[in-house]
Design a protein around this ligand. Sequence first.
Ligand code: SAH
Length: 201
Amino acid sequence: MVWEIKTRYDLDSPSVFSAMLQVPRDKFSPKEYRHSAYGDSPVPIGHGQTMSQPYTVAFMTDLLNLKGKERVLEIGTGSGYQAAILSLLAKEVFTIEIIEDLARKARKKLAKLNFKNVYTKAGTGGVGWLEKAPFDAILVTAGIEGEVPQVLFDQLKEGGVLVAPVGKGSDKMMTKFFKGEDRKIKKEEHGIFHFVPFVRK
Ligand code: SAH
C-alpha cells in the first residue's frame, strides 16, 4: 500500500510512511472488507461513512508536519485509523466522532491495539474540545461546506496548523490554515479530494 502511494503520487514523507507501515489498516476495517484493507481506496465502515483512502490519509498527515511533541485534535474519528497514524507522530491525539456507534468501536479498537496516547469522544467536533484546547494542530477528516467554524481557530495555538477539506459540493479543496503569532489566519490550497460531509451541529 505504501509502495503504491509512493510510486503513484508525488509524495515523499518518510515519517508518515513509517507510521503507515506500523498501523494494521485491516484491523480498522469491518471484517467483510479486510481483504481490501491494503488497497489504495476508501473502505465503508457503516452508517454511510468511510475510512479515508490511504493516499488521502498520507497527504493530510504530511501537511500537518508533525515533529512528535504536538497535541493534535482530529474531527471525524470514523474507524480510528487516521487517529492511530497521528498517535505515532505526535504526543497526544484527541479525536471526536459524531456517530456514537463509530466512536465506541474506534475507542475499543484503539485500546485493543494499544494506542495509549489517543483520547476519544462521542459528540460533535463542530465545537472543538474546549477542555483539551489549545492544540498545535487540528485535522478535520470530513468535508466542510462553507466556512471552517471559528471556534476551531480559537482552539488552535498561535503558530498552529489546521488542515481541512473545504468547499461546495462533493469536491473539496484540501486547505491548510496557519494561525500566525498575530492570530491572523493564512491559507494554502492543496488540491481536490472527496469526503463524506462534515455535520454542522
Ligand atoms: N478519520 C476517519 C475518516 C472517517 S470519515 C478514519 O480514519 O476512518 C469522516 C467522519 O467524520 C465520519 O465518521 C463522520 O461521522 C464524522 N463526522 C462528520 N461530521 C462530524 C462532526 N461535526 N463532528 C465529529 N465527527 C463528524
